[in-house]
Design a protein around this ligand. Structure first.
Ligand SMILES: Cc1cc2nc3c(=O)[nH]c(=O)nc-3n(C[C@H](O)[C@H](O)[C@H](O)COP(=O)(O)OP(=O)(O)OC[C@H]3O[C@@H](n4cnc5c(N)ncnc54)[C@H](O)[C@@H]3O)c2cc1C
Ligand code: SF4
Length: 525
């Protein structure tokens, strides 16, 4: 049996980033990915195929706490969920790393401070070529370097929105975007600034996703191997149960066991929990890394709502995701608890409304779906979801995954919605009209439930209350690590991917040290 120095399971924000970071070390690295390359095809950019026909959504069936089946909006491809993501690459706020009191309870502290993660945020922003502007957002945490790429410019209606927000006393900012856009030299820009970015795959590979920026650069090194369509189904340990000795993989209808000195799991929050729980053995009867009974628990996503407002004038914006607003992140004059983040979401297109029916509700009959889409300005509001032990992933003997979830922080979410609604008149938008829309795709559970999933395997200093230590190593196993969003003790209210990437680089430095290759660490770069 081949022995690898490192096996990484999953190639998304966590796993793909780690692979690129470890690759130059020359160590023998194996990447396991249950999906294949996402096919590059015209349908990548067709709203009907992507949003209505769910062309790139897995065929998995999960169950809610009442046993009702649903299709989770999960994407099994090289690059994971980042293949479809909106590439809004935000840092958590500095205070998100400490304990924060919310309307519904406490958002717990992380075992590391913002300062410890900061150099890795900078490195991750460089790796993913984040375009942004420092100094515009008053809640922005300190950064050791400017963005390496200028902010993506606003199109006229969004610039007008920014000016109107400023005139009303707020602090809109250029959203941090991971797209390979060169506005100074469009003839050579990989990104063509199209309307089909947020929620779509990028057919020209100009989105800074984990395949393009992580896996492909890693594979340029001969010491890195990628096995596609290879699903890890179990982790085996030595007889004492102190180390993982084998990763059992299903591939091409056969089962094989692969061995690595270090094993890193990065399957996304739900699937990481599933793999660890299904690896139960006599030594670990509750699953691996689960001495604290925390694996699967504290499932979080963002308490999000996608809304569209109707601009009095038409909104011809093509690439809309350029503006953010954090003035209510930590509260408002009327509400003394954190509310969250407001940002733009991909521009509405009429085919996306299939199943959403705004034209059949208050707007009918004078507003056709096409007219709604032409006037729509689309916002994405995110409030922090709090970790609750009963919000959890569990797996039965047959591998059936149940996601039990009850909403948290509903009042804060309502307040944030109310805040935006109260501003519409000042923003040249129709005051009466702020409509919920299912951004991306329609589903039985909220979209963010799967897209922004986190928790389930939190890291912490106390083995009684956490699955992993501060290095994201399982408390009870010497060579098992986790680097995806499942490690988050809290999720904050900004998009999660950059934090997963940064943490992956941080853990990567620790792994390089263990492998005797610390000269390849980010700090030395
Ligand atoms: C439509 C959409 C829009 C989004 N927009 C944004 C955004 O703008 N900004 C942002 O920050 N975040 C966004 N997100 C969320 C972001 O993509 C995720 O937070 C991030 O990708 C999570 O990283 P991860 O490593 O935890 O998991 P993933 O990126 O999902 O990677 C997990 C990988 O593991 C693989 N895998 C799973 N199980 C196994 C197994 N048993 N064996 C082998 N491989 C396995 C999966 O196929 C996948 O490739 C969005 C997500 C979606 C779906
Ligand atoms: S906006 Fe740019 S990165 Fe996004 S899908 Fe279009 S070409 Fe790709």
């Amino acid at each position: 049996m081949d022995q690898y120095d490192v096996i990484i399971v999953g190639t998304g924000a966590g796993g793909g980033t780690l692979a690129r970071h470890l690759a130059p070390s020359g160590k023998k690295i194996l990447l396991l990915e249950r999906g294949d390359w996402l096919p590059r095809e015209p349908q990548n950019w067709l709203a009907q195929d992507v949003f209505v026909d769910n062309r790139y959504v897995s065929e998995d069936t999960w169950y809610d706490s009442k046993g009702k089946p649903f299709q989770p909006q999960i994407h099994y491809f090289v690059g994971g969920a980042t293949k479809l993501y909106g590439a809004a690459l935000y840092r958590l706020r500095e205070r998100d790393f400490g304990e924060l009191r919310h309307h519904d309870g406490i958002s717990p502290a992380w075992p590391i401070s913002y300062d410890e993660l900061e150099p890795y945020y900078t490195k991750a922003e460089q790796m993913y070529e984040v375009h942004g502007a420092r100094g515009e957002d008053p809640t922005e945490p300190p950064a050791s370097a400017p963005y390496s790429h200028p902010p993506v410019s606003h199109e006229p209606r969004i610039q007008q929105l920014s000016d109107q927000l400023e005139a009303a006393g707020y602090h809109p900012f250029h959203a941090p975007c991971g797209i390979l856009l060169d506005e100074q030299n469009m003839a050579y820009s990989k990104c063509v600034r199209c309307a089909n970015c947020d929620g779509f795959p990028c057919v020209v590979h100009a989105k800074a996703d984990a395949e393009v920026m992580g896996v492909r650069p890693a594979l340029e090194h001969d010491n890195v191997t990628l096995l596609r369509n290879a699903r890890a189904v179990k982790l085996e340990t030595n007889p004492a149960g102190t180390a993982v000795t084998g990763v059992v993989v299903e591939r091409d209808g056969a089962t094989e066991t692969l061995a690595g000195d270090l094993v890193v799991v990065a399957c996304g929050a739900a699937n990481t929990a599933k793999l660890l729980l299904e690896s139960a053995s006599d030594e670990h009867p509750n699953g691996l890394a689960n001495g604290s009974d925390q694996v699967g628990r504290n499932f979080m996503f963002h308490d999000s709502v996608a809304v569209l407002a109707l601009s009095r004038e038409e909104n011809p914006t093509v690439y809309q995701k350029t503006l953010g607003l954090n003035d209510f992140y930590f509260g408002s004059d009327e509400f003394d608890y954190p509310l969250g983040n407001i940002q733009m979401v991909g521009k509405s297109q009429a085919p996306m409304f299939h199943g959403e029916k705004p034209g059949e509700t208050k707007l009918a009959p004078e507003w056709t779906l096409e007219r709604v889409a032409r006037h729509a300005i689309d916002f994405w509001l995110s409030t922090e979801d709090l970790p609750r032990p009963d919000n959890r992933v569990s797996v039965d003997r047959d591998g059936k995954l149940t996601l039990s979830y009850n909403e948290t922080n509903a009042e804060a979410k309502k307040q944030l919605y109310g805040k935006l609604r109260s501003l519409l008149g000042k923003l040249d938008m129709n005051e009466g009209h702020l409509f919920h829309r299912f951004a991306y795709m329609k589903n039985e559970i909220p979209f963010a439930g799967c897209a922004h999933q986190a928790g389930t395997c939190r890291f912490g200093d106390d083995p009684a209350t956490s699955a992993l230590n501060a290095d994201c190593r399982a408390h009870e196993l010497d060579n098992l690590y986790v680097v995806d969003t499942s490690v988050f003790p809290s999720i904050g209210a900004v998009n999660p991917a950059l934090t997963a990437m940064a943490n992956s680089l941080r853990v990567g430095d620790h792994l390089l040290e263990r492998l005797g290759a610390s000269k390849y660490a980010a700090a030395a770069a």
